[in-house]
Design a protein around this ligand. Structure first.
Ligand code: 4AD
Ligand code: MG
Length: 429
């Protein structure tokens, strides 16, 4: 009998097939017995009926517990009531009868679930979220591959700090100091002179001492970088990219969004053009909305929440005070207090999912900023070389995968958007 994935059952109606998976739950209704099986590709009802099902399988049904691993062979049928496919079981093989599973259908506290993340992954919600995540990652790759960006991977161990010296994870590299990368951007800036348009995609690390629903210590970031590009080009690309990702999930992952009870109408509104405003305009608007933010301060999570609840589309906030931005930004010629940066804030209170902008071409300015950071200059010699040999206006951005998944799935916290979250005070499992 062919072993198939349950999601393909529709191609086998009336035929005998074998499914392999785990018992999600079992129940009895009169003389009929049911197992809800998960095989990783779908959730499917398996029906045990005396006469149709072997006597042995009827007997073995009694032993089944939640999460027991089994193989069932039977005939695929379409349920006339809802059109779903089910398996009329003939034979069953038991791989293991599971011990009592710690995660039951009743409610569990978040700490308990996080301690059991290795088992929690099997739940329907986590299954749906991580399948949306996988689709978003594929969409990211497709988007840039289709637009002539070359994937150029950046290193994880690096002597450089891209995003400030206060959030570095430090490690010993044979007597030298190395950090876990905060961003692949600086390396992508080198790669554009070889490939013009590049992107890197990988895990990035920030020792953020903040315990918020938006922060992880380890998160995944996709970072495009373009030669001969201005802030305007970067904003246009970010807008097109975010629209593309949402459209892809709506196209391919509707079943998962339904499991998550996501309000689809909110996602259907994510169409260009998005909202654009300068940092200064955003601060003025925040004041009207009751925030006490002072011009020159970075947005707090609350500011982003209030602002994004005003619109049903993402907001591109651009031209920030250079004082709180990273060292590499180009300054606005019309007002050198401003950095040519852009953040994309997701609606419904989600806030920043993208950060980027145009990079400085000025070696003197870059050196000054590097000195202010107090990190060894010699580690940036290679980076400054890029301004010596064929320097061009350029820019790019980074999109955080976990915050994007949280927004698209409608989740309260980023901890469920990555298989193995690394958070303040949590390294297990
Ligand atoms: O705004 P950030 O710090 O920008 C950069 O790292 C640039 N070097 C990217 C570039 O231009 N190539 O981070 C970019 C995005 C944020 O908008 C957010 O989505 C995500 O990365 N991010 C985090 N996600 C989860 N936990 C954290 N601690 C994050 N820090 C940033
Ligand atoms: Mg940022």
């Amino acid at each position: 009998m062919p072993v198939i994935l349950a999601k393909y059952m529709g191609d086998y109606v009336g035929q005998e097939v074998t499914l392999q998976g785990w018992v999600r739950l079992k129940r009895k209704h009169g003389k009929i017995r049911f197992v809800e099986l998960r095989d990783g590709s779908a959730f499917v009802q398996c029906v045990f009926i005396k006469g149709e099902t072997s006597d042995q399988a009827m007997e073995d049904f009694k032993k089944l517990t939640q999460e027991s691993s089994i193989e069932v062979t039977g005939v695929v049928q379409q349920n006339p009531r809802d059109g779903s496919y089910e398996l009329l079981v003939k034979e069953m093989k038991i791989y293991q009868i599971s011990e009592p599973f710690p995660i039951t259908p009743k409610e569990h506290g978040i700490d308990f679930l996080m301690d059991h993340r290795h088992l929690w992954l099997r739940s329907k919600r986590q299954w749906a979220i991580l399948r949306v995540r996988a689709e978003i990652i594929k969409a990211c790759r497709d988007f840039f591959d289709e637009r002539d960006f070359v994937l150029v991977d950046s290193p994880i161990l690096t002597p450089n700090a891209a995003e400030g010296s206060t959030t570095l994870f430090k490690t010993d590299y044979f007597g030298e100091t190395a950090y876990l990368t905060q961003s692949g951007q600086l390396y992508s800036e080198a790669a554009i002179a070889a490939f013009k348009k590049v992107y890197c995609f990988g895990p990035t690390f920030r020792a953020e001492k903040s315990k918020t629903r938006r922060h992880l210590m380890e998160f995944w970031m996709v970072e495009p970088e373009m030669a001969f590009a201005t802030l305007e080009d970067v904003m246009n690309l970010a807008e097109e990219f975010v629209e593309y990702i949402v459209a892809r999930v709506l196209d391919k992952r509707m079943e998962e969004l339904k499991i998550l009870e996501r309000d689809i109408s909110k996602l259907e509104k994510i169409k260009r053009p998005f909202i654009r405003m300068t940092y200064t305009e955003a601060v003025e608007q925040l004041h009207k909305l009751g925030s006490d933010i002072v011009w020159g301060d970075d947005f707090g999570g609350d500011d982003e929440t209030i602002l994004t609840k005003q619109y049903d589309k993402p907001i591109l906030v651009h031209r920030f005070p250079a004082s709180f931005k990273a060292f590499y930004f180009e300054l606005d010629k019309e007002n050198p207090e401003l950095a040519l940066g852009v953040d994309v804030l997701a609606p419904e209170g989600y806030g920043e999912i993208v950060g980027g902008g145009e990079r400085s071409a000025d070696i003197k300015h870059l050196l000054e900023k590097i000195r202010e950071e107090g990190i060894p200059e010699e580690n940036y010699k290679w980076y400054l070389d890029l301004r010596r040999y064929g320097s061009v206006p350029h820019g790019g951005f980074g999109l955080g995968i976990e915050r994007t998944v949280a927004w698209i799935c409608g989740l309260h916290h980023v901890r469920e958007t990555i298989p193995w979250p690394r958070m303040l005070n949590r390294l297990y499992p």
